[in-house]
Design a protein around this ligand. Structure first.
Ligand code: SAM
Length: 463
């Protein structure tokens, strides 16, 4: 039996690691030798293979063993209605736009790339059927879920879930759309029928590919997948996503993947808690603007209304409920909302000018510095972005978001130790805050969501 320690000392281990990263794209494992060795040792034990060289040979010649290894390496954290804000954006912006755009063809194609065990594409099916069913009678709707992990795909096809997968799902939706089976819940056939699943490796299977069924999507949703990839890999994937969309089609990336610089070839639409990217080739009619921002909240502690129990995360509101009415930020001033509004429309130069104008009269307020940093990030001015973030922190060390964005910035710059410190600062600042406490300047972001996102990044770079 080979131990993880033996493997780490084995001269073939670096080759095995390189192969794993090459096949999966998961650069995440580049500095996680110990974790990787544990998983590989376990697989070797299972195959009764003692030497790393022999296992490497097996992997190269046997797709099944590679799949089994990949099944252990990939991280499949997922749940229904994960990050409600993104589903709100789908409901309020993307789907109405596509409904109008495709009114004559009456077709809708959606791809959930990296769907894990399926809650993401099934959530889309539920949203579509429950909220757009009447308008879409007679439409041809297809939702495709793909993943590299065959075990996850098998579970997705099975469509049976534990209670934990519903931690963000309103009870009425669970009861209406699932059938209880013992302690689990089975997705109802009418939703199941809307979704198909297939294996697809984002980093190895070239796309778009009509042969592979990966082309011509109106919506691509790829959340919490590319965070495990290297910057270069993601950079290479962005044009593939773009080409796989129809003209006017939409790309939704994860809540934790705010590096919009990579998505410059898209039209960016910022809305509360979500950033959307639209492929625009020619004269694409504008999508309806995001719902108007609510008025700024007066100073004082901000919590999300009507959500009181901190753990587990409160369910999303029933779909029929009105759009979020939570305030934008504590003490957001009128001129700052104008800066945000310009930035939301992608008018970076104007936003920067407006921000500078605010700063000229309010230079000791961390908020305009923070907003300025986000704008500069979009404009690709890294140095000035970092300086603005540090200034915001200097002006108020208790503001969590500048620490968080500095962490992201340092993570991208591969300054891991410094990034870790910034993320830890966020966690310390949030320590005594209930999950539903709104984060200052975070629009609808609450402490629970920020904690979760930071936790994911810390896992990625190693605690
Ligand atoms: C954290 S889950 C995200 C699930 C879902 N999108 C969500 O946000 O809830 C990441 C998924 O990406 C998949 N994945 C990792 N590398 C991949 C690749 N190269 N191609 C396709 N999927 C991949 C993993 O197997 C895993 O199921």
């Amino acid at each position: 039996m080979t131990s993880a320690a033996d493997l780490l000392a084995d001269p073939y281990f670096p080759r095995l690691k390189a192969l794993v990263i090459h096949v999966t794209g998961m650069a995440f494992y580049a500095d996680k030798d110990a974790d990787l060795a544990l998983i590989v040792a376990d697989r070797m034990d299972h195959c009764a293979i003692e030497s790393c060289a022999a296992y490497l040979e097996r992997l190269q010649g046997d797709g099944e063993e590679m799949d089994s290894l990949v099944a252990e390496l990939t991280i499949g954290e997922t749940y229904f209605f994960r990050h409600k804000e993104q589903f709100d954006a789908l409901r309020e912006i993307i789907l109405p736009d596509i409904l109008a755009r495709n009114a004559s063809s009456r077709r809708l194609r959606i791809w959930s790339a990296g769907c894990a065990t399926g809650p993401e594409p099934y959530t889309l099916a539920i949203l579509l059927k429950r909220e757009f069913g009447a308008q879409m009678l007679g439409w041809h709707v297809s939702i495709l879920g793909t993943d590299i992990n065959q075990k996850f795909l098998a579970r997705a096809r099975d469509g049976r879930y534990d209670q934990w997968a519903f931690r963000a799902t309103p009870d009425n939706i669970r009861h209406d759309c699932f059938i209880p089976v013992g302690k689990q819940w089975q997705i109802k056939p009418e939703y199941k029928a809307m979704v198909s699943f297939q294996y697809h490796n984002l980093t190895r299977n070239r796309f778009p590919s009509i042969t592979d069924n990966i082309a011509g999507f109106d919506i691509i949703i790829c959340r919490n997948v590319v965070i495990y990839f290297s910057h270069e890999t993601v950079e290479a994937l962005v044009p593939c996503f773009r080409e796989s969309l129809t003209d006017g089609g939409w790309l939704v990336m994860g809540h934790a993947e705010p590096n919009m610089e990579l998505f410059r070839s898209f039209r960016t639409v910022n809305c509360p808690g979500a950033v959307l990217y639209q492929r625009v080739d020619g004269d694409v009619p504008e999508a309806p603007p995001p719902s108007p921002r609510p008025p700024p909240r007066p100073p004082g502690p901000a919590t999300r209304p009507a959500k009181s129990s901190p753990k587990p995360k409160p369910p999303v509101r029933p779909s029929a409920a009105p759009a979020k009415t939570a305030p934008v930020a504590v003490a957001a001033s009128q001129p700052l909302s104008e800066v945000r509004s310009l930035a939301d429309q992608g008018k970076w130069d104007d936003a920067l000018r407006a921000c500078d104008a605010v700063l000229s009269g309010d230079a000791l307020n961390w908020r305009p510095h923070y907003l300025r940093a986000l704008i500069l990030d979009q404009m690709g001015d890294k140095e000035a972005c970092e300086a603005a973030l540090r200034r915001a922190i200097y002006l108020d060390r208790r503001a969590a978001l500048p620490h968080y964005h500095l962490g992201l910035f340092l993570q991208r710059a591969e300054e891991t130790e410094a990034a870790r410190r910034s993320f830890r600062n966020v966690l310390t600042l949030l320590e005594h805050q209930p999950d539903d406490m709104l984060v200052d300047e975070g629009e609808d972001l609450d402490a629970g969501q920020l904690r979760e996102t930071v936790g994911m990044h810390m896992k990625l770079i190693g605690m």
